[in-house]
Design a protein around this ligand. Structure first.
Ligand SMILES: Nc1nc2c(CCNCC3CCCC3)c3[nH]c(NCCc4ccccc4)nc3cc2c(=O)[nH]1
Length: 374
């Protein structure tokens, strides 16, 4: 069902886990949702028809890369990102700040925004909160993220506080710049590092802005899993329950299960595609490093029970050979398999919540991983 507005419906809760739907003009996102990362206008090594077939309702675009090449203005002239990459379902774009910190030679960060050198051609760029929202608008993004400052952990509490307060001021400027775009949304991003009091203040102030959704940022940046989960337990109760919550950059299947249990609705991570390209397969029995010699003559597929061709039809011996030979098809098949595995996990999570048995599903799934590969 398409709607002219952005609408989140909470359908069921099971302990802390939530089953929901985000309805937008371009389609509906079933939550809890995993959002594959499309970096430079493509989910690497995949056709977007395959990405859709695995069950993805939404993908991520990469503001930082696209603003440098082919530039947001060119994407707009070409009809927007959806038309250019042939993906007519929702697209979420990050604001680019995180990618600047991690990818480019950051030159300056001040009240106005970030100044950085392009890792493509060394040209100088300045990105303010307003420019980030303008770029995401030119791309045609359906869910746009505020510009924020994410601090790597461990960090001094004073530094974490400074970045959190800056991000709050940038959230207000992004809200003004975004204006009123029916059918689209701008999400705020909670910061505050591993300091509970700062997390609470960030979430409280963002909640006052009455945004359409809230991301939890500043995590999966080097902290142990238990610290990440503790920050979720601190932050989520302060956010409005009727709005979607998006945990940025997370994560492994184990991270996802434990974060769903605490009330997260949306996830994104490069893990399934990046590790697939490096020969790592996620399975119901844990991770399989297909480069390992033990697979060299194993004619079994990764999982004959799957409905995904990459998982059901290709032998481990062939995948082993392709990855060892560094053949493109190896990364293609493992990316396809891993994305399908992640979507099967999300489907299992949604079904378990619907049936009121999420706690059992989580325990059984984690236990099966621990049993190790067949
Ligand atoms: N704006 C913003 N973005 C963050 C991101 C990027 C999320 N993916 C964006 C996509 C859009 C385009 C590219 C990515 C994060 N990613 C991670 N961890 C990734 C950890 C990881 C690293 C490598 C492999 C696997 C996991 N923490 C994040 C925190 C923030 C944050 O506070 N603010």
């Amino acid at each position: 069902m398409t709607t002219e507005n952005f609408q989140f419906t909470l359908k069921k809760t099971d302990a802390g886990a939530r089953l929901g739907e985000v309805s937008m003009p371009r389609g509906t996102i079933r939550t809890p949702a995993f959002m594959p990362v499309g970096t430079v206008g493509t989910v690497k090594a995949m056709y977007l028809d395959q990405v859709r077939e695995t069950g993805a309702d939404i993908i991520l675009g990469n503001t930082y890369h696209l603003m440098l090449r082919p530039t947001a203005e060119r994407v707009a002239r070409l009809g927007g990102l959806h038309k250019l990459i042939r993906w007519e379902h929702p697209i979420l774009t990050d604001s680019g700040g995180f990618q600047v910190m991690s990818l480019s030679g950051l030159r300056k960060l001040d009240e106005q925004g970030v100044t950085f050198k392009s890792h493509v051609d060394g040209s100088l760029h300045h990105m303010s909160p307003e420019r980030s929202i303008e770029i995401q608008g030119l791309l045609g993004s359906d869910i746009q993220m505020q510009l924020d400052e994410c601090v790597a952990l461990p960090a001094e509490p004073k530094e974490i506080e400074r970045a959190m307060e800056l991000s709050l001021r940038w959230a207000e400027r992004c809200k003004v710049a975004f204006g009123n775009q029916p059918g689209k949304a701008m999400f705020g991003i909670v910061q505050g590092g591993d300091v509970p009091a700062l997390r609470v203040r960030s979430a409280e102030e963002l909640a006052k802005l009455d945004l359409k959704g809230y991301a939890v940022g500043g995590l999966a940046v080097g902290e142990p899993q238990d610290v990440m989960l503790k920050m979720l337990e601190t932050t989520l109760p302060v956010l409005p329950g009727e709005k979607p919550r998006y945990l940025m950059g997370v994560g492994t299947p184990d991270d996802i299960l434990k974060s769903v249990a605490r009330g997260i609705d949306m996830f994104d991570c490069v893990m399934p595609t990046r590790s697939g390209r490096h020969g790592l397969a996620f399975t119901r029995r844990g991770k399989v490093n297909i480069r390992n010699a033990r697979h060299a003559e194993d004619m079994r597929p990764l999982d004959e029970q799957s409905n995904c061709p990459a998982t059901r039809d290709y032998s481990r011996a062939y995948l082993h050979h392709l990855v060892r030979a560094n053949e493109a098809l190896g990364g293609m098949l493992l990316s396809w398999h891993n994305l399908n595995y992640y979507q099967e996990l999300m489907q299992g999570i949604r079904k378990a919540i619907a049936e009121g048995r999420f706690a059992d599903f989580m325990a059984e799934t984690i236990e099966e991983w621990a049993r190790g590969d067949l």
